[in-house]
Design a protein around this ligand. Structure first.
Ligand SMILES: *Cc1c(COP(=O)(O)O)cnc(C)c1O
Length: 400
């Protein structure tokens, strides 16, 4: 007993010493642009609820109706005790939204990545990742047992070399052509930049590889109806696997995969994170179905327009006042590079003292020595919120 506590305490001490210690902060308000933390109201620049739907009255009403009709629990995995109607309604809406044949809802985006990649590739296959993909994809690729290769962020020349290697490997091993699965994101979660999706599609077609695109940060944000980058570029039907989460712009929680009927049937039969896990709540599914409608509507378009305006405003202020702001205006993520973990923590704490809740993103989310503040914006932020943040940041960063 004592030996485990002592050993873990030493490990925690090392985290503290490296400024990598993290702790939960209890919030006793809904997610929104103002949150209440230990009795203080802070302006929130940390949430992925980009369109401000997490506390939206229409979503809440749908969730309440679903609870009244279906209860709160789901009893078991959907394959065991029956699959509640709200999941089927959600999946029909998701497939129409993403213009695919079918869709499957998972308990989270993390579970979707894990279940899907492990269903598609195994030890005789190759999985190739962009260096910056989300941890869920890295974990999935490792767990799959496939040969794992990583290319430098968005570097298609390097990706092509790996594809050539993978095909040569086939020729050497003879008979069966192993599968090659490339996985990337459309909008990257830490820097808000995007993948060169058109060229990626051409390349994977040339080498007979499959492509999986995680649209976690593009869903609801990019494309004429908010369906993401693949839809904006009309590439949806050339991408084998489209992944997303319900937990960001769609305001609820859960993950999903969209693709062909065969892909979805295979996942129902093979994805262990789907098969061996209790179905998520019907309330979340019902709320997400309403979120998809809002995102595609005029109201969704209006929210996207305001959001992009606020992002632009913050980027201009960062570039003008303090420097080093990124100029990608399309995602709702505005990173501000700091470098040393200790300094990121200090600046974030000072911002918090001034009433702004902003995460100091550190290792292992990003590489060591590349700590940053990550501002995420919402369509509900007002111009004054952005101005106030920019002012507070120039003070907070002045002498740290
Ligand atoms: C958030 C995120 C996930 C995980 O989705 P959850 O629904 O939060 O589990 C997967 N991929 C990316 C790129 C993400 O940002």
């Amino acid at each position: 007993m004592n030996s485990i506590q002592g050993e873990l305490e030493r490990e925690l001490g090392r985290l503290r010493a490296q400024n990598l210690w993290r702790a939960l902060r209890c919030v006793d308000s809904p997610q929104g642009i103002r949150i209440s933390v230990h009795g203080r109201t802070l302006t929130n620049f940390s949430s992925n609820d980009y369109l401000g739907l997490a506390n939206d009255p229409a979503l809440k009403e749908a969730a309440i109706r679903a609870i009244e009709r279906y209860g709160v629990g789901t009893g078991a995995s959907r394959l065991i005790c029956g699959s509640l109607a709200p999941f089927h309604e959600l999946e029909t809406k998701l497939a129409a939204f993403k213009k695919t044949e079918a869709a499957l809802a998972f308990a989270s985006g993390y579970a979707a990545a894990l279940g899907t990649i492990c269903s598609l590739v195994g030890p005789s296959d190759v999985v190739i990742l962009d260096k910056w993909v989300h941890a869920s994809i890295v974990d999935a690729a490792r767990l799959s047992g496939a040969k794992l290769r990583v290319f430098p962020h968005n570097d298609l020349a390097d990706l092509e070399e790996i594809l050539q290697w993978a095909r040569r490997r086939d020729d050497q091993t003879g008979s069966r052509r192993g599968r090659i699965l490339i996985v990337t994101e459309s909008v990257f979660s830490m820097d808000g930049d995007s993948a060169p999706l058109r060229d990626l599609v051409l390349l994977k077609e040339q080498y007979g590889a499959w492509l999986m695109v995680d649209e976690a940060h593009a869903t609801g944000i990019l494309g004429p109806h908010g369906a993401g980058l693949a839809d904006e570029l009309a590439l949806g039907d050339r991408i084998e696997v489209q992944m997303g989460t319900l937990g960001k712009a769609l305001g609820t929680a859960g993950g999903f995969i969209c693709g062909s009927r065969q892909l979805i049937d295979l996942l129902i039969n093979r994805a262990r994170s789907f098969i061996f896990s209790t179905a998520p709540t019907p309330a979340a599914a019902a709320a997400a179905a309403v979120a998809i409608e809002i995102v595609q509507s005029k109201a969704g378009e209006d929210r996207r327009r305001v959001l992009h305006c606020r992002v632009r405003q913050l980027q201009l202020r960062l570039n003008a006042g303090i420097g080093s702001g990124e100029t990608n205006c399309r995602a709702a993520i505005v990173p501000w590079m700091i470098g040393p973990e200790a300094r990121a923590v200090v600046v974030a704490r000072r911002l918090c003292d001034q009433g702004y809740y902003v995460p100091a993103v550190r290792y292992p989310t990003v590489r060591r020595g590349q700590a940053r503040l990550r501002f995420t914006l919402s369509a509900l932020h007002q111009e004054e919120d952005i101005e106030g943040l920019a002012r507070a940041l120039s003070e907070a960063a002045a002498d740290s």
